[in-house]
Design a protein around this ligand. Structure first.
Ligand SMILES: *[C@@H]1O[C@H](CO)[C@@H](O)[C@H](O)[C@H]1NC(C)=O
Length: 436
């Protein structure tokens, strides 16, 4: 999510006050939040709804298998009562929650549910990543992956204080962690391997495995404040560069404990989605959701002088920032197999300003926009275009999007693709045929 919580207090802060106080940033704030934007319903050749899927915040494209993975909440009711990233803290929603994993085959554009075994407990889903199991070596030709997913569990201390009728003041309501599962491609079960947690994981949003290993994770904390008025300030004011990305290491084979954490990025505004760049590289993208910025860089070894960590820790070295005219969420890299149209896909909201009104409403409408940005190889300039736009009639919100190219031979030489779009409050994943 994005970033979701955007604006829970937005309109409670007088814009005139912000304008005079923070001046020039305001014009851009008006643009990014969509204050003056009228949502558009784009016209597309084909739109398919993957009915099995539920509220899926993120999509992970796994290049080796060509499959897309997603982690979903099958009950919108539950999402709108317990989902810490949207400041929904009604613990009754935890009991109603039904977390689910799906694997989507872009060849057939169908989704199949993957059942989780060896894990008992709620699975309150958010960001997801998938990494090849490079040690999987079976004669039967099978291959396997690790699925890594955020899980927004309630804090046991908060639950016990509630149960006792004791004061809950000062007790964080959520105690989110990361789940690591193992999945054999083509099977219908994912086996839970371990949970990963460290006190540095506070408001996790998205996760990637780095170094090709499920034992090295980068996790974004999307807010500094878990709730309250300062959280709204944090979203609205682009200067509130208070969030971090955490580098977590676990010990291979160990199922409990053994987690080391260090800071991989800090002092960024509303650090949100994180995604891999070109396959086989250490390229990484992190979005500052509420300020509409895509930050590109590489995962590198932390220098020994780095305050944050030991010699084997990793950090992100940013090299570039690309600005968009809306909030943007989970970034995904489109690797073009048929030409040189590779680039970044960025889903967002047309009018993030309206989230304050819609965020808890089961019938709310959240128009969306999906951007496609690529660097022109001749000029070195970023070329940005809107790949998909919706007034909320086809999908409610967009926070994850993956583009899969169509062979131009099938389209009379034209460059087209299937765009998978999902949202943090959407009912299903949809697939749209788009022109590149
Ligand atoms: C970080 O990126 C800059 C710019 O590309 C580069 O010059 C520098 O060597 C990089 N630092 C590390 C530690 O890789």
């Amino acid at each position: 999510m994005a970033r979701a919580a955007l604006l829970v207090g937005l309109l409670s802060v007088p814009l005139g006050y912000i304008a005079t106080t923070y001046g020039p940033g305001i014009a851009r704030g008006v643009t990014v939040l969509g204050i003056t934007r009228t949502p558009v319903a784009g016209v597309y050749e084909s739109v398919v709804t993957l009915e099995e899927t539920g509220v899926c915040e993120d999509l992970a494209y796994h290049a080796d298998s060509g499959l897309i993975f997603t982690a979903c909440e099958q009950s919108l009711e539950s999402r709108l009562s317990w989902f810490p990233p949207l400041v929904h803290f009604d613990t009754a929603g935890v009991d109603k929650s039904e977390g689910a994993l799906f694997v989507i085959d872009p060849k057939t554009r169908t989704a199949e549910r993957v059942n989780i075994v060896h894990y008992k407990g709620p699975f309150i889903t958010h960001g997801i990543d998938v990494v090849t199991d490079t040690e999987w070596d079976k004669d039967d030709g099978s291959s396997a992956v690790y699925i890594i997913a955020i899980n927004h569990l309630p804090n046991p201390h908060y639950l016990s204080a509630l149960a006792k009728g004791a004061s809950t003041a000062g007790i964080p309501k959520a105690r989110s962690q990361i789940e690591v599962l193992h999945y054999i491609i083509g099977s219908s079960i994912a086996r839970h391997m371990r949970s990963v947690w460290d006190p540095a994981v506070v408001t996790p949003n998205d996760v990637v495995a780095v170094g090709g290993s499920p034992n090295e994770l980068l996790v974004t904390n999307d807010h500094f404040h878990r709730e309250g008025r300062l959280r709204s300030v944090e979203e609205l004011w682009f200067g509130a560069a208070w969030t971090s990305t955490v580098y977590l290491r676990t010990v291979p084979g160990k199922e409990v404990g053994g987690v080391t954490a260090s800071v991989a990025t800090e002092k960024l505004h509303n650090n949100n989605g994180i995604g891999h760049g070109r396959p086989g590289t250490s390229e990484i993208a992190i979005t500052s959701c509420a300020s509409g910025r895509l930050r590109l860089g590489n995962v590198v070894k932390a220098s020994s002088s780095s305050s944050s960590s030991s010699s084997s820790a990793k950090v992100v070295n940013f090299t570039e920032v690309v600005e968009f005219d809306s909030v943007i969420d989970n970034p995904s890299y489109f690797s073009d197999p048929y030409g040189d149209l590779s680039g970044w896909i960025l889903p967002g909201l047309s009018r993030a300003v309206d989230l304050k009104k819609t965020f808890g409403d089961p019938a709310g409408v959240d128009p969306s926009i999906v951007w496609y940005a690529r660097k022109d190889t001749r000029t070195g300039e970023w070329v940005k275009k809107v790949l998909f736009e919706d007034d909320g009639s086809r999908i409610r919100s967009a926070s994850g999007a993956v583009l899969v190219a169509i062979d131009p031979k099938e389209e009379g030489g034209k460059r087209k693709g299937w765009l998978y779009v999902t949202g943090f409050v959407s009912s299903h994943v949809i697939v749209v045929k788009v022109d590149l």
